[in-house]
Design a protein around this ligand. Structure first.
Ligand code: ZN
Ligand code: ZN
Length: 275
């Protein structure tokens, strides 16, 4: 039986004869059902029409994305640690070439994902590499394909390897997580930020939203908490959710200044807008 994949968000569901009636990830106010309605594919069909591409962002960090772009279009990151490779975030396609290439690089010791929009085909990846999936328990309800490979963690941080720490920031999702890589950014530190700290087109700021497609903001306290949770961690580089969303320098200062800009905007008294 095929494990159906939602064309809109890329989430894979448990194997079934017929496609699911709906996609709860797309039905949620943070995502959307396209105007033409919900549609589905399978991993087999996706592997015939698409393939994965690879790009090294910096030594020890290789992006893996799907071409042509599929669903939300994020790319995953293969991070080399002292214990072995960690896959940060995930994509819907894990084709034969990807398995061969990642195995050739040493396989995976684990998969960690920032939030449910990137859960995608995580279970198929976990099975391909016999690796556990680390998800924050705050987003347990958004797992569409339960599997013994999924391990939920609680609290604010989880260490995956030396200098590799998951930090649960919340915000966009209750369990929204970023990955701090102390040796990244040529040892100046790097933040792998998913949608939780969103790199925006000018690369001079980041932003924070409950829903990006539906333009629903977060509260000021939620964004200030993200700043407080990141405060202890030095980083200069931010690798966002897409190949081209990287801030090469000044990441820490940019996050701080972006939080200040955001909080001023949502706490404003309307002086600027109500003239
Ligand atoms: Zn969906
Ligand atoms: Zn998202």
């Amino acid at each position: 039986m095929p494990a159906h994949i939602c064309n809109a968000c890329g989430t894979q569901f448990p194997p079934s004869e017929t496609a699911p009636a709906r996609c709860p990830i797309c039905d949620d106010e943070r995502q959307f059902v396209p105007p033409g309605g919900q549609s589905w594919t399978t991993h087999e069909a996706l592997a015939r029409s698409h393939f994965n591409c690879f790009r090294q962002h910096e030594p020890g960090l290789i992006g893996i994305g799907t071409v042509p772009s599929f669903a939300i279009g994020q790319r995953a990151l293969l991070l080399a640690t002292d214990k072995g490779n960690v896959l940060w975030d995930c994509i819907s396609l894990v084709d034969d070439a990807t398995v061969a290439i990642v195995e050739g690089l040493g396989g995976l010791i684990g998969i960690a994902i920032s939030h449910p929009h990137y859960y995608s085909s995580m279970v198929q990846w976990a099975h391909a590499f016999d690796a556990p999936i680390h998800l924050h328990a705050g987003d347990r309800e958004w797992v569409m394909r339960p599997d013994p490979a999924i391990e939920f963690w609680d609290g604010d941080t989880l260490s995956l390897a030396d200098g590799v720490t998951l930090i649960r920031c919340g915000g966009h999702f209750a369990g929204g997580t970023v990955l701090h890589w102390a040796q990244g950014g040529e040892r100046r530190g790097a933040l792998l930020s998913g949608d939780i700290v969103q790199v925006i087109p000018d690369r001079k700021f980041v932003s924070f939203m409950r829903s990006y497609p539906n333009l629903i903001p977060l509260s000021a306290p939620a964004v200030e908490r993200i700043g407080a949770l990141l405060a202890p961690y030095p980083f200069d580089v931010i690798h966002g959710a897409w190949f081209d969303r990287t801030i090469p320098r000044g990441g820490k200062e940019i996050v701080q200044r972006s939080i200040e800009r955001y909080v001023a905007a949502v706490r404003g008294d309307g002086t600027a807008e109500l003239r």
